[in-house]
Design a protein around this ligand. Structure first.
Ligand SMILES: Nc1cc(-c2ccc3ccn(Cc4ccc(CN5CCCCC5)cc4)c3c2)n[nH]1
Length: 249
């Protein structure tokens, strides 16, 4: 997968050089390219923002530098044999969920446009919707200072789904929110050695070796946690699943 990121803070993406993603890049699974938006300005101050039409707080990012930067990146579409999916983080976007992460993990090329200030002139998205699949996505109902942190979140959530990135593939299938058995269920508690730590014992079932009973216990813990912490997800569960939890107490 090729990933291009255009930003006025390319140094924000240094974390993508370490750990799982760093390894995936060195193994050629991920090809991440960073671009400084200001390289597509033509004034001495390398200006990327201006005052908002209609008034209001803050500044808005000018359309010209973004369009020149995006055009430069997609110019290599010939060699890529396809155009990228343009992902624009914004508080007003569609929710970025595990389902969207799985969608993105199937894409050969993602182009991220993390903005700053109050966002990008809306005509940029308007312009590229004619040529690219454009997604305006939100990573949560809170307001960041810019889109860079959202890109780090999205790239990490997507990269771990790529074959060969995580050592143990089945752990992806057991993720919270992963389609199938765990969909709409939170992770339960996890434990490792020592068996007793500061007087806290590991639940004996986990040391029993009874794998079917352990699987049932884990699912019950996940159900309990989901009902307690995420009633919105619990509401989507099959009533039979919820009912089973009570019976197995
Ligand atoms: N999930 C999530 C993604 C983001 C995100 C993503 C990208 C950018 C780029 C800039 N910001 C900061 C920002 C954005 C919007 C406002 C609201 N403002 C009201 C007046 C009219 C204009 C808009 C304020 C500041 C960003 C924030 N935050 N949270």
């Amino acid at each position: 997968m090729r990933v291009d990121i255009i930003s006025i803070f390319p140094e924000y993406f240094t974390p993508l050089e370490v750990s799982l993603i760093g390894k995936a890049r060195s193994r050629g699974i991920l090809d991440i390219r960073l671009h400084q938006l200001r390289d597509w300005t033509h004034d001495v101050h390398r200006t990327v923002d201006d005052t908002p039409y209609g008034g209001g707080p803050g500044m808005v990012m000018k359309p010209e530098p973004w369009a020149e930067a995006i055009d430069a990146v997609i110019a290599s579409a010939e060699t890529e044999g396809a155009l990228p999916r343009l992902v624009v983080p914004t508080p007003s976007g569609r929710p970025f969920t595990q389902k969207v992460a799985l969608e993105y993990a199937r894409e050969p090329w993602l182009l991220f446009a993390p903005a700053r200030y109050e966002g990008i002139d809306a005509r940029v998205v308007e312009e590229y919707r004619e040529r690219l699949r454009v997604d305006e996505v939100s990573i949560g109902d809170y307001v960041l200072a810019g889109g860079e942190a959202a890109v780090l979140v999205i790239v990490e959530a997507v990269a771990r789904l790529l074959p060969g990135v995580l050592g143990n593939v089945c752990s992806v299938a057991d993720d919270s929110f992963a389609p199938g058995a765990m969909e709409n269920l939170l992770e339960g508690p996890v434990y490792t050695k020592p068996p007793v730590w500061r007087g806290h014992e590991v639940p004996p079932i986990l040391l029993s070796g009874h794998h079917a009973a352990i699987a049932r216990w884990r699912r019950d813990q996940a159900l309990r946690r989901t009902v307690e912490r995420r009633p919105d997800l619990a509401a989507r569960l099959d009533p039979a699943t919820l009912d089973r939890r009570d019976r197995e107490v």
